[in-house]
Write a protein that binds this ligand. Structure first.
Ligand code: DTR
Ligand code: CA
Ligand code: ZN
Ligand code: ZN
Length: 319
């Protein structure tokens, strides 16, 4: 029987694990200060009901717009308008950045939470577009919903971190990281230096989930891993395709990055099924890039855990 861990216990264990990783605080791209110990940060729970509500909205948008939310199609802009409306109502400063890809207009949505040190920016992002084959609920409405709900939790808590918080939803990731590349290429050298970390969520609710953490910046990696350690959930290094999502353009210009992933077309091994449950010999997401990537193609447990891990890591790194 799995003991139900209280959030206080999970948080305490996560911070102990992160503190135990303190040695990396001084040796990574993400430095909180020469002798700074990680400050205690208490992120709120990200409500699963809110997350599934966003997934249902994205599913409805796809259904009403030709069955997808792909770049250059009406379903993508409708998805962006949905996210933007929630953020505007929550007090964010939002901007839509337009670009062109494949002869069609594409859009990134950037949302800044007012306050914090503008010279120390922590970003979290997810691509909002789907492939043309389907609604793209695991890939990547799950990541989009996790980032959206974490931003809304910041507003509900009226969180006032030391660092400045910025959230992003990228267009045209499926065409080759086009939106995130466009954003990073548009940054001045000074603006790039101001971004102290970028957290990426792309596919975080796979139906046969693994729990993978990007092995890029060690402090970001350890902070994510500390949260899962607090849950008693083992993690692995993400290996299904380094550089295959929107963190890559940030990493390529030297910005510390990290992220979470629950797996795509690779097959879950017997050893992985033994530690995570699920089905060995079957892909983490059998509907990857297919029409069956609908709201029926999501592990809500994985989505909830990864969303809570994002909130914990954002609170910790920005405090
Ligand atoms: N390229 C992503 C799916 C994907 C494949 N490998 C990874 C590794 C880390 C994050 C995402 C991915 C997509 O199809 O959107
Ligand atoms: Ca939660
Ligand atoms: Zn994809
Ligand atoms: Zn994706």
């Amino acid at each position: 029987m799995t003991a139900t861990l209280t959030r206080r216990t999970v948080r305490r264990r996560a911070l102990i694990a992160a503190f135990a990783a303190g040695a990396t605080l001084l040796t990574s791209g993400f430095v909180t200060g020469p002798t700074a110990a990680p400050k205690v940060a208490a992120a709120p729970d990200i409500p699963l009901a809110n997350l599934t509500g966003h997934l249902n909205q994205f599913q409805s948008i796809a259904t009403a717009n030709g069955g997808n939310r792909a770049h250059g199609r009406p379903g993508y802009r409708a998805s962006l308008d949905y996210v933007k409306a929630k953020l505007d109502a929550a007090g964010y400063t939002t901007s839509i950045r337009t670009f062109t890809s494949g002869g069609r207009a594409g859009y990134n949505l950037i949302a800044d939470w007012p306050g914090g040190d503008p010279n120390q920016v922590i970003m979290a992002g997810a691509h909002l577009d789907s492939v043309t084959a389907g609604a793209g609920i695991n890939d990547n409405a799950t990541g989009s919903a996790a980032v959206l709900e974490t931003a809304l939790a910041v507003s509900r808590a009226q969180f006032r971190p030391t660092k400045h918080l910025r959230f992003a939803w990228w267009g045209a990731e499926e065409l080759g990281l086009v939106g995130s590349r466009n954003y990073v290429n548009g940054l001045s050298a000074a603006d790039r230096t101001r971004i102290k970390g970028y957290l990426n969520l792309d596919m975080v609710g796979s139906p046969n989930p693994g729990y993978f953490v990007y092995d890029d910046d060690p402090v970001i990696e350890q902070t994510f891993k500390g949260y899962f350690a607090g849950l008693g959930v083992p993690t692995e290094i993400e290996t299904e395709g380094d550089g295959r999502s929107d963190h890559a353009p940030f990493k390529n210009v030297g910005i510390p990055v990290g992220g979470l992933f629950t797996g795509a077309g690779y097959v879950k091994s017997a050893a992985q099924a033994a530690k995570w449950g699920g089905t060995s010999g079957v892909a983490f997401d059998r509907c990857y890039h297919r029409a069956c990537d609908t709201t029926a193609n999501v592990s809500t447990t994985a989505l909830d855990r990864n969303s809570d891990a994002l909130a914990h890591t954002l609170w910790t790194l920005s405090s």
